[in-house]
Design a protein around this ligand. Structure first.
Ligand code: XMP
Length: 513
């Protein structure tokens, strides 16, 4: 793998994804890992990520400098660039001049392996206080900015290079090309990480692990569990049974989509459990968002457990449970860098500690984009693979106030209109998702038909995002918004107002609860 060394900022995952986009497998490792342990992974290259602080800060993360004595190709980014400069005998100065945001980079060495042939000035994304004031011996300085004389350097003979800016962010022009050149040309790595390869490899791994035992999988209707199940089915066929819990908090048509389209595309054995009443009873009178999430999570596990016991008895013992855990979940739960729990995320299929299954997690090394590619490779339809993310607790956290059947029906009607109009307008691919939220405890006066009404508002929350960690509100066309608004207030009598959420994340989360 290519190891991406995490210095504790948020950039490591993005870098790891960009490496994968260059068709090279990557793994994130903490900066505290010893050089020996890193080298034990036989890395094809090491990328040092950006970090939070100055190399001079009191608890600045260090790196075992023995890494630089090996002949592994190394690329440093931002903080990693400075760590590299220092470790190789260059110098970093506290200039007191901060560069932050879009900055113009000027290529000063037309012979640079990383930058040659690119435009001689590039808009790049900077975020640093200190600067490299002296490049290490043997390194050519290849670019500068107005405030930073040494903004990139390279030593092609040693297969080492670095940049002060962030090539991994979309705002950096040619950023992906620079990373690609480092990986393919400087480090000489063969780009062979493709969906086809992943599929072949995972099928073998699953077969080796599962053998002839029985497997169960909870389907949520989401992309991850759908792809995970299809993959396991490809590997072990009818040893797999899927369970779909209808908790009554689904959107219109979702259950049918799983029961018909998904089964038709995969040939998977499916058991649906109708648990609508149970969930509604458990949620009666509850308005606190975290309490709702906990109740839904708890009930889900109980229902799933019972179903699993049923399937298990019928199938003569089920040994494995499939989970659609993704690489970011693995990094975040193992990272241990004290990230605050903002919301208790309940992943459908989340299981209690005492459940006696062994886990099969075939997506554990993958990012969401890769899961989608794999889904297409497995022949799943676009309606399933291209779906927008939908939270496990479903519409339960999109009704602000108590969840009741009638309120769910109002929200389902409004949500169906939004999805229909967005698809018709062809904007699905431009946005990450669009939660539709019912403010069930808020009423406002309106005039509909001939009379005064006192109805509820519906909130549209369309967002653009790359990973849901940050997001911006999507600038949907006004005429689309107007059509949605007109149809909701016309077709859903309980709603007399449609409002648009124009908050980015942060400060707002994507969901309202
Ligand atoms: P927030 O609201 O935290 O949402 O900005 C970030 C992303 O996560 C989704 N989400 C969930 N997904 N179970 C899930 O599987 C959950 O409990 C859950 N809560 C939020 C949300 O839709 C968005 O894509």
């Amino acid at each position: 793998p290519v190891l991406v060394v995490d210095f504790g900022a948020q950039y490591a995952q993005l870098i790891a994804r960009r490496v994968r986009e260059a068709a090279v497998y990557s793994e994130i490792v903490p900066s505290s890992m010893s050089a020996k342990d890193m080298l034990a992974k036989s890395p094809a290259a090491v990328i040092l990520s950006g970090g939070p602080s100055s190399v001079y800060a009191e608890n600045a993360p260090h790196l075992d400098s023995a890494l630089f004595d090996s002949d592994v190709p190394i690329f440093g980014i931002c903080y990693g660039f400075q760590v590299m400069a220092t470790a190789l005998g260059g110098h970093v100065a506290q200039t007191g001049r901060r560069e932050y945001g879009a900055t113009e980079l000027t290529v000063t060495d037309p012979g640079s392996a990383l930058l040659q042939g690119l435009p001689s000035t590039l808009g790049v994304w900077m975020s640093h206080g200190d600067s490299v004031s002296e490049a290490p011996e043997g390194f050519a300085v290849t670019a500068r900015t107005a405030d930073t004389p040494i903004a990139a350097f390279e030593n092609i003979g040693r297969r080492m290079a670095g940049v002060q800016y962030h090539p991994e962010v979309l705002h950096s022009e040619q950023g992906q090309e620079v990373l690609r050149r480092f990986l393919h040309q400087v480090a000489g790595i063969k780009p062979d990480w493709t969906a086809g390869e992943i599929l072949t490899e995972q099928v073998e791994l699953i077969r080796a692990k599962v053998g002839t035992d029985k497997v169960i999988c909870g389907l949520s209707g989401g992309v991850d569990s759908a792809v995970a199940a299809a993959l396991v089915h490809r590997a072990v066929g009818d040893q797999l049974t899927c369970v779909f819990v209808d908790h009554g908090l689904l959107r219109r048509g979702e259950r049918e989509q799983v029961e018909k389209d998904y089964v038709a595309a995969t040939g998977i054995k499916l058991v649906t459990i109708d648990a609508q009443e149970r969930f509604l009873n458990a949620l009666a009178g509850v308005t606190d968002p975290e309490t709702k999430r906990k109740i839904i999570g708890r009930e889900f596990i109980r229902v799933f457990e019972q179903a699993a016991i049923g399937v298990s008895a019928e199938e003569g013992g089920v040994k494995y449970l499939v989970q659609g855990t993704l690489y970011p979940d693995v990094v975040e739960s193992g990272g241990g860098t004290g990230t605050a729990t903002i919301k208790s995320h309940h992943n459908v299929g989340g299981l209690p500690d005492d459940l006696t299954f062994s886990l099969v997690e075939p997506l554990r090394t993958l990012f969401k984009d890769e899961v989608r590619l794999l889904g297409y490779e497995l022949g799943l339809p676009k309606a399933i693979v291209g779906r927008h993310p939908f939270p496990g607790p479903g519409l339960g956290i999109r009704i602000i106030g108590e969840v009741t059947f009638d309120r769910l029906e109002v929200l389902r009607a409004a949500d169906a209109i939004v999805r229909e109009e967005m698809t018709a307008a062809g904007v699905d691919a431009q946005i990450w998702q669009c939660p539709v939220v019912l403010l069930a405890d808020v009423r406002s006066v309106g005039v509909q038909g001939d009379g005064r009404t006192y109805g509820h508002p519906i909130v549209l929350r369309p967002v653009s995002s790359e990973d849901a960690m940050t997001a911006d509100w999507s600038r949907l066309p006004y005429d689309l918004l107007a059509r949605i608004s007109g149809r909701i207030t016309g077709e859903v009598p309980e709603v007399n107002r449609v409002v648009l959420d124009v908050t980015s994340k942060p400060p707002g989360t994507i969901e309202w609860e």
